[in-house]
Design a protein around this ligand. Structure first.
Ligand code: HXC
Length: 515
């Protein structure tokens, strides 16, 4: 009997805790198009896999009448479960309870599940929906954030860390997502900013809506803080599952192999994708699909710095990270944002044992005062650093243009690519023929009877000499000049023989990348 009454007592306690912020607050949450924290976890994880911990944790606030308040679960739900059968740790802030604000015990719950994830070497997913530091708990709230940031940093490169922004994420709270590997945002729901529109208006007199300042589209397209943009929470969860299928569970593992599937070469035919005119653009994502298993390409940061394309695909069942210049946007140049985007992705792949495939077609770094003053030297160096530092298998294909610094930066042999292939259409030179002829024959062009005709003749001469892959191949900078239709064959072969790659690295604590 005693056992029965204890069980009833447990159930009653659970019912109280599971009610979250209560009916009214839940109604308000739903009215804004949001799921509740528990619904989110259930929708994301494998059916019936969620195990919740610390349900009975109570807040530690004493001031401002807080000692009289009951905050179920202290506004955050934590636990473990599986996605696609693999274990993960998860937390979801519950906005219905004190606005999901972060107090001392709320932070303790989060840091405890983070510590579990690190100990168990499994991914951590954090769902953010919070008014930020719990104002009534003062410095203890700030301390909580500090403890989370420290753990985010320690876990970086050890376990995958995924942040999902499903509500406000304001003030210093934004720095936890910023320290994690992937940030997911949802249209009209995510709001991510350091200071909100009202503060900006008061301090600077500038008016801007919440959506424009820190909405999903802003972070996916302009700031680059978000890696995945979805129209709804459910779409966001399916994106997370897709991502999880491509990545390994910690830095000692490789991604799960999948059965190899041939690409759909009827839909994605290389000869139809690449225009005959070398100046015509094309969508490099079609080229990736023409070689990837099942023509599946999972793009990361699709809307940001679209002049470079990054993302995951599989070659004969093995996950690879693609980095590709996008001729459709700014002719695929490297600039501040695309260097940041690619550099970070390269480091992610390297940390998690994901081989890199680089597709090259670019006229170089973007010239101009704006770029120079925005720090293209420092930012552009990130991609050089990331490729040079990466020890995973690195395979490069030069399709058309590979000029100047762009040639070096896009994983050339000089940055220790393992294999560099080129199509016969590749042009590897210090710069494009027009620019080169103008510089080296400036005097002769000026003095010629017909400067235009003379310039054109010199452009043709330069093209003949350098606008091909054979000069680079003669020095061994290209391993093989291949026909475009042999691309998948060469990539998969290079990958299959690179599994035991080992690289000696100089003894050091860590490098100092151009942050
Ligand atoms: C305590 C908070 C809170 C907070 C919201 N609530 N934010 N309680 N501390 N930071 C409570 C509200 O009092 C309210 O409680 C409930 O949550 C719901 O909030 P509403 O304001 O009614 O919701 P809504 O209208 O949707 O507005 C959401 C909001 C707004 C835009 C997030 O609540 C807001 O501006 N909050 C403050 C944001 C902020 O400035 N945070 C501090 C950032 S600085 P009741 O009881 O009425 O239901 C920071 C420093 C971290 O985080 C530094 C780390 C380095």
């Amino acid at each position: 009997m005693a056992t029965k009454s204890k069980s009833l007592d447990l159930r009653q306690r659970m019912r109280n805790a599971l009610q979250g912020g209560g009916e009214k607050a839940i109604e308000k949450q739903k009215a804004t198009g949001k799921l509740t924290a528990r619904e989110r976890i259930i929708a994301l994880l494998d059916a019936k896999s969620f195990h919740e911990y610390d349900l009975f944790v109570q807040h530690a606030g004493k001031d401002f009448n807080m000692d009289k308040k009951y905050l179920p679960g202290d506004g955050v739900i934590t636990g473990t479960g599986t996605i696609l059968g693999h274990p993960i740790c998860i937390y979801a802030q519950d906005f219905t309870v004190a606005g999901g604000s972060l107090g001392y015990m709320h932070a303790k719950k989060i840091t405890k599940i983070m510590d579990h994830a690190m100990k168990l070497k499994i991914p951590l997913i954090g769902i953010n929906d919070s008014g930020g530091a719990r104002i009534q708990e003062g410095v203890n709230s700030l301390a909580g954030y500090g403890e989370i940031f420290y753990r985010n940093t320690q876990a970086s490169g050890v376990i995958p860390q995924i942040s999902v922004i499903l509500g406000p994420c304001a003030g210093g709270a934004v720095y936890s997502p910023a320290l994690t590997d992937f940030v997911f945002v949802v249209d009209k729901i995510s709001k991510l900013f350091i200071t909100g529109p009202e503060v900006i208006k008061t301090v600077l007199g500038e008016e801007i809506s919440m959506e424009e300042l820190g909405g999903a589209r802003t972070h996916a397209e302009i700031t680059g803080n978000a890696h995945f943009y979805a129209k709804s929470e459910l779409e966001c969860f399916s994106q997370i599952k897709q991502l999880v299928s491509f990545i390994p569970w910690n830095n000692f593992k490789k991604a799960d192999p999948f059965p190899s599937k041939k690409p759909n070469t009827r839909k994605y035919k290389i000869e139809d994708i690449i225009p005959a005119d070398p100046k015509e653009p094309y969508d490099v994502r079609d080229l990736i699909k023409s070689v990837a298993d099942d023509s599946e390409f999972f793009e990361v940061q699709e809307l940001f710095a679209a002049n470079i394309v990054i993302g995951f695909a599989r070659l004969e069942g093995q996950t690879v990270g693609f980095v590709a210049n996008q001729p459709l946007v700014l002719a695929g140049v490297l600039d501040v944002d695309s260097s940041d985007k690619a550099g970070r992705f390269i480091r992610y792949c390297d940390a998690f044992n994901i081989p890199l495939v680089t597709l090259v077609d670019l006229p170089g770094y973007l010239p101009g005062v704006e770029q120079e003053h925005a720090g293209v030297i420092r930012h552009g160096a990130k991609i050089l650093y990331a490729y040079s530092e990466a020890t995973v298998p690195k395979i490069t294909l030069i399709m058309r243009k590979a000029y100047g610094g762009g040639y070096i930066a896009m994983c050339s042999h000089h940055l220790r690519a393992d294999f560099v292939f080129a199509w016969p259409t590749a042009e590897i030179a210090v710069m494009g023929p027009e620019g080169a002829a103008n510089i080296i024959f400036r005097k002769e062009i000026k003095e010629a009877n017909d400067p235009d005709e003379f310039r054109q003749a010199k452009i043709e001469e330069y093209k003949e000499k350098f606008a091909n892959p054979y000069v680079a191949a003669a020095y061994g900078y290209i391993d093989a000049v291949i026909e475009p239709n042999e691309t998948r064959h060469f990539l998969t072969h290079a990958l299959s023989i690179s599994n035991n790659k080992t690289v000696e690295r100089p003894d050091k604590k860590h490098g100092i990348p151009p942050f």
